[in-house]
Ligand binder design. Structure first.
Ligand SMILES: NC(=O)CC[C@H](N)C(=O)O
Length: 309
C-alpha cells in the first residue's frame, strides 16, 4: 500500500521544498506573477475515497495546461476520435509548448499533438455548443463532475490577464485559420481557451480528477462512468508521451506515470488502477514544470515503485 500517512507526505513536501529556490514563477501571464514560489501542496486520492494531503491544500490555482487533458476528453466525447485526430497528430514535438516552428514545417500542416498550445487550441475549438458561453459551461460542468465538486469555477483575473497578452497563441490561431484547421473567430477562441486555462481548484480536486483517469474514466465514489474507457486511455497515453512538455521523455524515465503539468505550477498524476495525485508548486524549472512537484513525484515513484515501465 503506498503512502497511507500524512506524516510521510508532509516529510516529502519538506524535503522537496528545498529545491523551490532553483525555480521561477511563470511571468508571461502577468497575473501568475503574484504566486508565491515557496507554496507547495500535494494530495493523493485512493480508490476507496481516502485522501491524504500535505501543505496548504486550501490553496487554489488555475489549471493552465492541465486543462488540455480535460478539454481533450470532452472534445473526443463530442466529436469522436477520427474527427479530432484528423486535425491534430499524436506525436511529441521535443519543442517548448508554445512553439510555432513545427506547425509550419509539418505536412499536412496540423499541430503535432493536443498537449502543445497549437493542438490544445484546436481541441478547444472542437468543444461543442451554440455559443462560447455554452461551450465553456459544458467544459466547466464536466470538470466539476470529474472532481465531484460543483463549486469549481474559473479565475476571471487570470483569464483576462492571459486574454490581453496571448499574442503568441493568437498567432498560432491565425496560422491555423489560414490553413483551414480552425474556422472560428480567433478572439472568440482565445476567449474560450483563456477561460478554460483559468479554471481553478485545489490539489484535492486535482487528485480526484487524476484518480478518475487512473481508473479509466470511472468515479469510484459513485461508480459512475464519467469518461468512456478508450477516451480515458487516449488521454493517459498522450499524458505519458507529451504531458510534461519537452521533458516528457525524462519524466517517463524518472517517474513513469501519466501526468500533465501547467505553468501555474500544477501537476496532475494518474497512477493506473491505483490512485490520483494533485500537486501545486509555483516555482518552475526551465521547461515550465513545477520543480518541487517533479521532486515529490520522483521520490514517490522510487519509494513505491510506481513506474509503469
Ligand atoms: N504550459 C501551459 O500551462 C500553457 C497554458 C497557458 N494558458 C498558455 O497557453 O500559454
Amino acid at each position: 500500500m503506498i503512502c497511507r500517512s500524512s506524516e510521510e507526505l508532509n516529510q516529502l513536501v519538506l524535503e522537496a521544498k528545498d529545491c523551490t529556490k532553483f525555480g521561477k514563477v511563470a511571468d508571461y501571464i502577468p497575473a501568475l506573477k503574484k504566486a508565491d514560489p515557496d507554496d507547495l501542496s500535494v494530495a493523493i486520492y485512493h480508490t476507496d475515497g481516502t485522501c491524504l494531503s500535505a501543505g496548504d491544500v486550501q490553496l487554489k490555482i488555475t489549471l493552465q495546461s492541465i486543462s488540455k487533458v480535460l478539454a481533450l476528453a470532452l472534445a473526443l466525447m463530442d466529436c469522436g476520435e477520427d474527427e479530432v485526430f484528423c486535425k491534430i497528430g499524436y506525436e511529441p514535438t521535443g519543442d517548448p509548448f508554445n512553439s510555432i516552428v513545427k506547425l509550419e514545417i509539418s505536412k499536412p500542416s496540423k499541430p503535432l499533438n493536443p498537449m502543445i498550445n497549437a493542438g490544445a487550441l484546436v481541441v478547444t475549438h472542437m468543444i461543442k455548443g451554440h455559443s462560447v458561453h455554452e461551450r465553456f459551461e459544458r467544459l466547466l460542468q464536466f470538470v466539476r463532475k470529474l472532481a465531484g465538486n460543483p463549486s469549481i469555477s474559473h479565475c476571471e483575473e487570470v483569464a483576462v490577464s492571459e486574454f490581453e497578452t496571448a499574442h503568441l497563441n493568437r498567432s498560432l490561431c491565425y496560422f491555423m485559420k489560414q490553413h483551414g484547421i480552425i474556422n472560428e473567430d480567433v478572439d472568440n477562441l482565445i476567449y474560450l481557451y483563456t477561460k478554460q486555462c483559468a479554471i481553478e481548484m485545489n490539489c484535492l480536486d486535482l487528485a480526484k480528477i487524476g484518480l478518475v483517469l487512473a481508473l479509466d474514466g470511472i468515479d469510484p465514489l459513485t461508480n459512475n462512468r464519467l469518461i468512456p474507457t478508450h477516451i480515458a486511455r487516449i488521454c493517459k497515453t498522450l499524458m505519458v508521451t507529451c504531458g510534461m512538455y519537452n521533458a516528457s521523455g525524462e519524466f517517463a524515465v524518472r517517474v513513469g506515470i501519466p501526468a500533465k503539468s501547467g505553468v501555474s505550477g500544477g501537476i496532475m498524476g494518474a497512477v493506473p488502477n491505483r490512485f490520483g495525485i494533485g500537486i501545486f508548486g509555483a516555482a518552475l524549472d526551465e521547461k515550465g514544470n513545477s520543480i518541487a512537484g517533479l521532486k515529490i513525484l520522483e521520490m514517490l515513484s522510487k519509494r513505491y515503485d510506481l513506474s509503469m515501465f
